[in-house]
Design a protein around this ligand. Structure first.
Ligand code: FAD
Ligand code: SF4
Length: 401
């Protein structure tokens, strides 16, 4: 595209209100690409119009994931997986703040000139506001999850306009797939991608319904996480933690809360990032780190002296629990709270831990999402579900739809 035609395209896309053009329609995850002139590439780039994880993995990581290796099948191409936590956690971060620490370090050392990350608006702590941070202070203002769909890529035009040559992007899987398709058009010398896993995201309205349905005090929730102890932990303004067992969630009411994009997503583990920082494959209280390629190794190295680490481990067997959860979810079974609490205690004691918990969570979400796509978008099923996800889902007996 020439500069003039791109400018025209730019003016055209600016003339439209954000949200007015979304080729993926109801499957759109609001990744932000379509708020920019890069909407021109949407047919190839959009994770929901053109699933191309395997092709992009080969391009970005220089090889395909090994489908016969259980760890690669589940967690994607990687050189290294470890559990880590910051020796001095960043107060107010989602976990111990490894993501923010890496981004600050990259700015401090001049490795990048800017960091795409998500702050929140002044009025609403859960309303995402993507920015290009240029100082560690601006990165730290983006710490903690905004558990809502966030148009991170909406700031991409500013990258090219600013003349920036070295950039770090922090984002979730659907954002990163679209980014990888357009990265060569950004005029960068070097792009670093720091991903987090992501699942069951919601619109701002959906989030309110989730909080209202699940927490005793929705207005004071500061952040929450679906934890490895099979409970949702809500942190409140006064520092108190409210724990609600997964098995006590009102699945009937919550079924339509999650965004259709997230109910049809199979990139839980952010396959195309250089480095992934989550928690689900690590012991409780630790973060889970997946180094996918040399760029990811370089990024992790920057904070090596700030971290305690330990090898990843795995314990238990998830298969029966996953198989049983499929009809339970389908029928919208909700246990009375006392039974849910009891089940939570038992499962925490004997249930899957470490990488096996990660596989439990992936299996549960992939089987649910496979059924969702099969039921609602049967014509998309074959192309939209990646081969690794088909292999994972094939381990389970699914109901006819
Ligand atoms: P912090 O230092 O607090 O930094 C958090 C970073 O996340 C910030 O840089 C910010 O820019 C970015 N961010 C915040 N909200 C969004 C958003 N909506 N979209 C894109 N980027 C955002 N990990 C798992 O292991 N399993 C999960 O199921 C899982 N689900 C997640 C769902 C969502 C919506 C998000 C955003 C993250 C999820 N994670 C999950 C990742 C995990 O919760 C932590 O974000 C991660 O471990 C980093 O923690 P930290 O303390 O290092 O991050
Ligand atoms: Fe556009 Fe992103 Fe929505 Fe796809 S998910 S339609 S690329 S904004």
């Amino acid at each position: 595209m020439t500069a003039t035609s791109r400018d025209r395209q730019h003016q055209k896309s600016k003339a439209l209100k954000p949200g007015s053009r979304r080729p993926a329609k109801e499957l759109c995850s609001e990744c932000g690409l379509c708020d920019t002139y890069y909407i021109h590439y949407v047919k190839e780039a959009c994770a929901f119009l053109n699933q191309q994880i395997a092709e992009l993995e080969a391009k970005i990581h220089d090889r395909h994931r090994h489908l016969d290796d259980e760890n690669e099948l589940y967690f994607g191409v990687h050189q290294l997986m470890i559990a880590a936590r910051k020796k001095q956690p960043i107060q107010g971060a989602q976990w111990t703040g490894i993501v923010s620490a890496i981004a600050c370090e990259m700015l401090d050392r001049g490795l990048v000139e800017g960091v795409v990350c998500v702050q929140n608006t002044a009025e609403d702590r859960f309303q995402p506001m993507p920015v290009i941070a240029r100082t560690p202070e601006e990165v730290l203002a983006a710490k903690v999850n905004k558990p809502t769909l966030s148009p991170n890529l909406s700031v991409l035009e500013q990258v090219e306009q600013s003349g920036m040559k070295r950039l770090l992007v922090i984002g979730v899987g659907c954002q990163i797939q679209a980014l990888r398709e357009v990265e060569e058009k950004l005029g960068l010398e070097k792009l670093y991608v720091l991903g987090t896993p992501c699942v069951d995201n919601v619109s701002r309205e959906g989030l309110q319904k989730f909080l209202d349905t699940t927490s005793k005090s929705p207005d004071t929730v500061v952040h929450y996480e679906f934890m490895q102890d099979f409970r949702v932990h809500f942190k409140h303004e006064d520092g108190s933690i409210e724990k609600v067992p997964f098995f006590g969630l009102n699945t009937k009411k919550l079924k339509d809360v999650f965004a259709p994009s997230c109910l049809s997503c199979f990139d839980y583990v952010n396959s195309l990032a250089d480095l992934v920082v989550g928690y689900m494959g690590a012991p409780f209280g630790w973060q889970w780190i997946v180094v996918r390629n040399d760029t990811g190794a370089e990024m992790l190295e920057l904070v090596g002296d700030q971290l305690d680490t330990q090898p990843v481990s795995s314990q238990g067997n998830r298969k029966q629990a996953v198989q049983q959860s499929i009809p339970a979810y389908e029928q919208g079974v909700t246990l009375p709270m006392w039974a849910a609490q009891l089940m939570g205690v038992v499962i925490e004691r004997i249930g899957p831990k470490g990488l096996e918990y990660g596989r439990f969570s992936i299996d549960s979400h992939f089987t649910r999402n496979y059924l969702y796509v099969k039921r609602n978008y049967p014509e998309k099923l074959e192309a939209h579900v990646p081969e690794f996800a088909k292999k994972i889902v094939s381990q389970y007996k699914l109901p006819d739809v």
